[in-house]
Design a protein around this ligand. Structure first.
Ligand code: GLC
Length: 422
């Protein structure tokens, strides 16, 4: 069974491959997404390193002059997706969205380089300045005393997590033109965000587009500015990997060391003593979200010392068959089939698992990997899964689920080796 899944996973990657970039899945997501592409590269690295590098090079070809790397690159217009390039009005070299996504690229560039020492060096040299510019953009425009914010829920990659409920309740989405969602023509409505959320997503897109994506203006006027563990923890980790690569290649390191110190200190703002966990912090109101998500467990991936999240991890492992649910099953907003309000996402499990392993919690890392493997081998390559029984949900034949299977969860492929974060 698992070997059959290995070859199926490769077929999915190859089918979603558009030549120089990979779509997350046909139909629902017909463009290049930022962090999806990094996972695609991880999947390709199992059998085609040159193709893996190309995926990342294409991603960075969409980088804006201000350093931002967009969350979607619209290489070829496809009317089956909404909101498309006109709604976004991106200002980069390739039609794009106007927000970014979790910066995991530097970390996996380093993993690829570890697998491809000789040919990889030139690739890394070319990517380093681009990664540095992107990270600087985060610190400049998304930093709040070292905690890293999102200006749109889509930026976090966790579109409809309960973390955004309070800030969204304060938004009255006036002026959003009529629109027609396309996502629910592909996927059951109960597995997707609600219309209420979509109105607010589009309100925030309009605000950005009308300012021509002027970050200073958005920072000043947007009602939505939330410090988020996905961004804070992935950027901290990415900076550690950027630092290691820069050192090795004799590139400047002072600025990166400064960022690391700043985020290490700033991440503490995300600790919510009321629930003894990392969660989101609404910069506009000073309120914590009070919701434990799978992103809360990225603290080990970020290399943050301490095991303060362990009791929650063990509790949630015991509560659901397929960990990690995207929302704590004990939270009132938990919905096991609705996107980021409950389902399990294999990509998050891989990142959390890498962190656990490096922090010396190999038993838990192995447990997470085993359950992820069982979930995929029993239910296929869905976008996400019901934590109670693994029922597949959302899109099918999904690139990142196939990639995570090949590089991490399959018992019969070689696991990706990434140098430990230091
Ligand atoms: C959804 C997910 C996001 C992902 C995108 C493409 O918007 O929430 O994390 O990058 O789909 O798969």
């Amino acid at each position: 069974m698992t070997q059959m899944r290995d070859s199926e996973a490769r077929v999915i990657l190859d089918t979603n491959d558009k030549g120089s970039y990979t779509v997350p899945t046909a139909g629902l997501y017909p463009y290049q997404w930022n962090w999806d592409s990094v996972f695609a590269a991880v999947g390709f690295s199992e059998y085609d390193l040159a193709r893996a590098w190309l995926e990342l090079e294409t991603l960075f070809s969409g980088q804006w002059d201000n350093g931002m790397v967009p969350h979607i690159l619209f290489h070829q217009v496809d009317p089956s997706y909404f909101p498309g390039p006109d709604v976004w009005g991106g200002i980069g070299p390739i039609p794009s969205s106007g927000i970014s996504q979790p910066p995991i690229a530097a970390t996996f560039v380093r993993c690829l380089w570890a697998q491809d020492r000789a040919a990889g060096e030139a690739k890394v040299r070319a990517l380093l300045p681009r990664l540095r510019d992107w990270h600087r953009w985060f610190i400049t425009w998304r930093g709040e005393g070292g905690a890293i914010c999102v200006t749109h829920p889509w930026e976090s990659g966790r579109d409809n997590a309960p973390d955004w409920d309070a800030p969204f309740a304060a938004i009255n989405p006036v002026g959003v033109e009529d629109y027609r969602r396309r996502d629910i023509t592909f996927v059951d409505e109960d597995e997707r965000p609600r219309h209420y959320d979509y109105d607010r997503y589009l309100y925030l897109v309009k605000l950005g587009r009308e300012s021509h994506w002027d970050e200073a203006h958005i920072k000043e006027v947007s009602p939505f500015r939330v410090a988020d563990p996905t961004m804070t923890f992935t950027l901290l980790r990415a900076n550690r990997d950027l630092l290691a690569m820069s050192r090795e290649l004799g590139e400047p390191t002072d600025e990166i060391e400064g960022w690391i110190a700043e985020i290490e200190a700033g991440a503490e703002q995300l600790w919510n003593p009321e629930i003894d966990a990392y969660d989101c912090l609404d910069i506009r109101t000073g309120q914590h979200s009070g919701s434990i998500s799978n992103a809360s467990f990225l603290s080990w991936y970020a290399g943050l010392g301490g095991d303060r999240m362990l009791p929650h991890l063990d509790r949630i492992f015991a509560a659901t068959r397929y960990a990690l649910p995207s929302t704590d099953p004990d939270h009132p907003a938990y919905e096991p089939r609705r996107y980021w309000r409950g389902p399990v996402w294999a990509i998050m499990n891989m990142l959390v698992g890498m962190g656990l392993e490096e922090a010396g919690h190999s038993d838990r890392a192995e447990e997470l990997r085993r359950r992820t493997g069982e979930m995929i081998s029993g239910n296929g390559f869905a976008e996400y899964f019901d934590p109670r029984d693994g029922t597949p949900a959302g899109g099918r034949n999904f690139t990142w689920t196939a990639a995570v299977w090949l590089a991490w969860a399959s018992p019969t492929t070689e696991r990706i080796t990434c140098p430990a974060s230091s």
